[in-house]
Design a protein around this ligand. Structure first.
Ligand code: FE2
Ligand code: FE2
Length: 303
């Protein structure tokens, strides 16, 4: 199963540390002009002294992973756009998608700045050649686009929208509410995009539905892999101040989001991630992906 390379750790991979920089000058001015709401947020208002050292360390890890996941999503969006151009998807559909990587870059910046305010980012090592999944470039262009979009949008983004919305509602600190508010606003069209694409492609994908169902299932497994670990975490009262949902409401919301916003609309379009044929191939596909770079277990909403 080589449908989508899934970030398997290659033995020869040279891992890099996830670090970010701004160039400044003209490029920063143009970037700021595109998204002025970022600088308008109340930066510099997170008071570290109000929190326990352990909670702060957890929050730094949480926001660093969030920045890294946004970086991965940006790369996946860019790969999806390449595939959409390759299959000559309607210009307005591609044009809409072209706004998404900028949104994700803005999310990367905001999450990284929150981590910085909390005391600095934590260390993430990753394989830069495997940042996002990629389809097999020898496959038909429409199938390449469908694989990327099913994994990144129909599962990833559609799942993240309600989860991020819940995280935003739970957040109390004005800076974190502001950051999550921008992310939630941006993510709404990302969450709807996959369905627009599938409805446009229609029966042209009929012969590939089983394969797309397996790709959807693998993405679902990836998004829910940390649920068991989360269920063992203690409930605290710091999530609202540091930007995450507590385990019980998070798990309830994410299960509902996956059932209602991902699995049901996929099935409506003839793609069933839990069909017996998918179950039969799942183990083999998961084995092929064993050795995936594992991230610190954290309650992360990825969008
Ligand atoms: Fe995002
Ligand atoms: Fe997104």
């Amino acid at each position: 199963m080589t449908a989508l390379s899934r970030g398997r750790l290659r033995p020869e991979a040279v891992l890099e540390t996830f670090e970010l920089e701004m160039l400044g000058g003209q490029s920063e001015r143009r970037y700021r002009k595109l998204r002025p709401e970022v600088e308008a947020l109340p930066w510099g208002t997170l008071e570290k002294s109000r929190h326990q050292a352990g909670d702060l360390a957890e929050a730094r890890g949480h926001w660093t992973v969030a920045a890294f996941q946004e970086q991965r999503t940006g790369a996946a969006c860019a790969e999806a756009i390449r595939a959409l151009l390759g299959c000559r998807a309607p210009i307005d559909l591609v044009g809409m998608a072209c706004a998404f990587p900028l949104d994700e870059v803005v999310h990367v910046e905001m999450c990284a700045r929150v981590a910085e305010e909390l005391g600095g980012g934590t260390t993430i090592h990753y394989d830069p050649c495997q940042l996002a999944p990629v389809p097999d470039h020898d496959e038909p262009p429409l199938l390449q686009a469908a694989e990327m979009i099913v994994a990144a949008f129909c599962v990833g983004e559609a799942f993240s929208v309600p989860v991020l919305h819940g995280t935003w509602r739970a957040a109390k600190h004005p800076l974190l509410r502001g950051v999550l508010g921008v992310i939630v606003r941006d993510e709404a069209p990302h969450g709807a995009f996959g369905w627009t694409f599938l409805d446009w492609a229609g029966d042209a994908l009929a012969q590939h539905r089983e394969r797309l169902a397996l790709i959807a299932r693998l993405a679902i497994e990836e998004f829910t892999a940390n649920h068991r670990a989360i269920a063992r975490l203690p409930e605290t009262d710091v999530g609202a101040e540091l930007g995450w949902m507590e385990p019980t409401p998070y798990l309830a919301l994410s299960r509902r989001a996956m059932a209602d916003q991902v699995i049901a609309p996929l099935r409506k379009r003839g793609i069933d991630p839990y069909a017996p044929a998918v179950e039969a191939k799942l183990e083999e596909a998961l084995d092929a992906g064993s050795g995936d770079v594992s991230l610190p277990s954290a309650i992360v909403a990825i969008g």
